[in-house]
Design a protein around this ligand. Structure first.
Ligand code: URA
Length: 435
């Protein structure tokens, strides 16, 4: 089968056969298709789309382009979560610990932050000693023994996606629903899971700017997961202002620990419990959302979720004293400077993108995949939309390691936080459920 014939069929708007899609993915995996042919095919898909059947075959072929983790050694249904990414989204940390403490195995393979959005691996690595680079064998054993492993993608997991994602990045073909759907789902399905909950974010701080785009992506991913025999639920959640009050790496670990103590910000607690309740349903250990949520709340009130987090940290080489003394164990920035309100009023807006860019300027994120992040810097004590503030009250605390980034980030943050006189009603955080 000649690549140019397959490309021509997609260029002409035809649906590809399973065999043609597999040839394309195989070509990406073994190098038998040249980069220019893969790129031409990606653009043809970008322009002409794919049917649900094509996306299912594409996802399955990418999933099988490498190792598919076999977790049959772990009893029970294994369930994970994927978020399309946002600002201050540290949900994976408390969620994994709560769900594992509730008795459901959580095999979680996460990514790093890129661009404005943070990544779970960077946050975990803020804990001194924490090792995210386990082999698939170590991952299997840990999920069996501890009920959860929090690791990075290994090179043998969906290698075709790695190749195609790199080409998409430089050929303006990232923003394409069938390609995003295949890319996310092939990696999650290769983890060895039985069920998956998706947190599909929409708004200024999200990949999808409006709820219609988010719904289309969520529906496509739910359909693909089901076509592959997995339980998949999705929540559409708002990402106009950051989630929680902390944005950065170490500072988000500290907020995650507060969440595991039941002392996290209300929005973070709400999203974590809502996604966790879906996971307990998908794991078939609960049959309704109310009792599932109560079970998770109990893991927080009885301390078992926090203890589980400490256990995961310890087995992955991290300093588990972090759960009792986060400020003593997590790296601290040289300067912690409050940004104060110049007038009294009501917080009208906290622009997630401006806050993310401020955190980026401080060094909390990366511009290219090779950049290192600074685990100590970030923003804490962020106000929330609708809160009343007095003149001189703290709107946020900037954690910086040098004067220049402190100045730039503070200016950016000031632009993003608007105080005015109007009462503002915030729209619901969890907008829709697709199950
Ligand atoms: N995340 C992925 O893993 N793939 C995409 O295509 C987009 C977001």
């Amino acid at each position: 089968m000649f690549p140019q014939h397959v490309i021509a069929r997609k260029r002409d708007g035809l649906a590809l056969s399973d065999e043609e899609i597999r040839a394309f993915v195989q070509g990406a995996t073994d190098g038998s298709w040249a980069d220019y042919q893969l790129s031409a095919m990606l653009m043809a898909i970008f322009l002409n789309g794919m049917t649900t059947e094509e996306v299912a075959t594409y996802t399955e072929a990418m999933m099988h382009s490498g190792t598919v983790a076999d977790l049959s050694n772990v009893p029970g249904r294994k369930v994970d979560k994927h978020s399309t990414g946002g600002v201050g989204d540290k949900v994976s940390l408390p969620l994994a610990a709560m769900v594992a403490a509730a008795g459901v195995p959580v095999p979680m393979i996460s990514g790093r932050g890129l661009g404005h959005s943070g990544g779970t691996l960077d946050k975990l690595e803020a804990i001194p000693g924490f090792n995210v680079n386990l082999t698939l064998e170590e991952y299997r054993n840990q999920v069996e023994r501890v009920g959860c492993a929090l690791i990075g993608q290994t090179s043998d997991l969906a290698p075709s996606d790695k190749k195609l994602y790199a080409l998409r990045d430089v050929t303006a073909t990232v923003e394409c629903r069938p390609l995003i759907c295949g890319s996310i789902m092939c990696k999650k399905l290769a983890e060895g899971i039985d069920g998956l909950v998706l947190d599909v974010k929409f708004g200024r701080g999200a990949f999808m700017k409006d709820i219609d785009q988010a719904r289309e992506l969520a529906t496509a991913m739910v359909e693909i997961g089901r076509a592959m025999g997995k339980g998949v639920h999705a929540l559409l959640t708002a990402m106009d202002q950051p989630l929680g009050r902390a944005v950065g790496n170490g500072v988000e670990v500290a907020e995650s620990i507060a969440c595991l103590r039941g002392e996290g910000p209300a929005d973070l607690m709400e999203v974590t419990y809502a996604l966790g309740a879906e996971m307990l349903l998908l794991a078939e250990v609960e049959t309704d959302l109310t009792s599932a949520r109560e079970r998770l709340e109990k893991t927080v009130s009885d301390g078992s979720a926090l203890a589980k987090f400490g256990e995961i940290v310890a087995v992955q080489g991290g300093n588990a004293r972090v759960i009792d003394d986060p400020l003593g164990i997590l790296p601290q920035a040289a300067q912690q400077v409050p940004l104060v309100a110049s007038r009294a009023g009501i917080v009208q807006d906290v622009d997630a993108m401006e806050v993310a860019l401020a955190a980026l300027r401080l060094g909390a994120g990366r511009a290219t995949a090779e950049d290192a992040v600074d685990p100590a810097v970030g923003i804490t004590e962020l106000v929330k939309v609708g809160e009343a503030v007095e003149k001189g009250q703290t709107l946020a605390v900037v954690h910086a390691n040098d004067d220049e980034s402190l100045l730039v980030a503070t200016t950016q943050l000031r632009d993003g936080i608007v105080v005015g006189d109007t009462q503002v009603a915030t729209p619901p955080l969890i907008a829709e459920r697709i199950a």
